[in-house]
Design a protein. Structure first.
Length: 58
C-alpha cells in the first residue's frame, strides 16, 4: 500500500540546514499569515547557510 503525504521530522527550531523551503499556497495558508511564529521569527536561512550553498567560482 502506498501512502502519500508530508511528514515533519523537525520543528523550525531544531531543523538541519535547509536545501529547499517549500511554502505551498491554498486555503490552509490564509490562517498562517497571522501566525507570529512564522511571520515574526528570525530568517529560516542564515547568511552562512546561503554562502555555503552558493556555487564556487573556482
Amino acid at each position: 500500500m502506498t501512502t502519500h503525504g508530508t511528514r515533519a521530522d523537525h520543528t523550525l527550531d531544531d531543523r538541519p540546514p535547509l536545501d529547499v523551503l517549500l511554502v505551498p499556497g491554498g486555503n490552509g495558508t490564509r490562517r498562517e499569515v497571522s501566525n507570529s511564529v512564522l511571520v515574526d521569527s528570525e530568517p529560516l536561512v542564515t547568511d552562512e547557510e546561503t554562502a555555503a550553498a552558493a556555487p564556487s567560482n573556482d
